[in-house]
Design a binder for this molecule. Sequence first.
Ligand SMILES: Cc1ncc(COP(=O)(O)O)c(C=O)c1O
Length: 464
Amino acid sequence: MSLRIDMQSHPTLHDLDRAHIWHPLTQHQIFTEGSTPLIIVGGHGSTVISQDGRAFLDAAAGLWCVNVGYGRQELAEAGSKQLYELAYYPLIQSHPRAIELSTRLAGYLPDTPHIYFSNSGSEANEVAFKAVRQYWKQKGKPSKIKILSRFRGYHGTTLGALAATGQPERRRDYEPLPPGFLQVSQPYCYRCPFQLSYPSCHLQCAEDFARRIEIEDPDTVAAIIIEPVTAGGGVIVPPVDYLQRVEGIAHEYNVKLIVDEVVTGFGRLGSMFAHTPYGIRPDIITMAKGLASGYMPISATAFSQDIFDTFLGEMDSGRHLRHVNTFGGHPVAAAVALANLEVIESEHLCERSQQAGQQLLHQLQDALANVPAVGDIRGMGLLVGVELVTDRQTKKPVSNQVMRAITQYALQRGIILGKASDVEHQRNNVLMFAPPLVITDDEITQLVTIIREAIITVMENPRI
Ligand SMILES: Cc1ncc(COP(=O)(O)O)c(C=O)c1O
């Protein structure tokens, strides 16, 4: 099989793509069998346009990041203006847009007012892990190094962030991963790992952190990292008192709490940050996707005063954070992020996410109530998951092939839909909805109608 192409023969963009782009999470073999990736050339609101002029409702908001929707003039103008003014400067020194953005983020997060900028969610988590380990060394507790996370949780693609990720299929083939990362149970009520029910379970899933810390010895544990709602692992929404209990356990054992808001921040779950309504005060908060709605790559890690202060010392004490990236806090990305936050606030997109999310959830519940393959529907704000099973009693997950057929069917009907992938062997059976926060009521209705049709058609004709 050769993918070499003859440049004299006027190759199409599809030819060049097949020849040169190595796509993430993609089996390229299918491209040689006639299938081609979708080439997107434009977009507006929740709609993207492909090179051949087709319109798609993007129910995945890119990779769950285009919170303010496509085609925002104000974000483009903010980026363009900044390119003329100051295209680049590193944060070894400083520049106005990073100062303004850090001030704004600290305004949302007064308990974590020290902001370290990076380019992606993975990097934001790496900064958290490195800083928290250094923190404990500087506090005279050098053995506190372990990071606890949860099965099915996702924290990124770089080796440290992958080590914190509890998704065996994603980790396989890249091991050995850095040591010192351990996983505990998810608050996965539909498939409770303890075969219990809420609330009589007394949150055994949260207690699993306490058990693990005891087993490991609290003097070896640096931090817990959790997503407020597990996103890529299958839209797992915890019971309402779960986050508070995890915070309580972190305090009891003198362990720092890192909340990964990479997906959940900036309105996705109906508030600027998803942990805030629960009244918890994490020591570290990481954020990325919705920070600039994907218009530019930018991420941030917010630290508490306590952690930041530990890094103060004499000039050559070595107590400074020895982490650097060339592009973190890039002026153009920061300018775009500021414009993006302005849109989220002025258009009340957090409230819109809450209201549209309820509508999406209820419409899915109504439309899918009698579809036997639908095992569970859950979500918060505009992050909703539909878990598919072959039998509601046994809860046996549908196959990866069925999941692919459903998303392919939806694509042919003009809907781009996300699904769990590479989480656990044959347990990638959750369809995921995370549209732009500007999705309209009519688009939600269209989405639900087509998804119902896709599930029913594929389940009736599994060979589609
Ligand atoms: C919860 C969570 N954390 C971290 C990441 C990593 O972000 P990035 O892909 O920008 O590195 C992701 C990406 O999807 C995520 O879902």
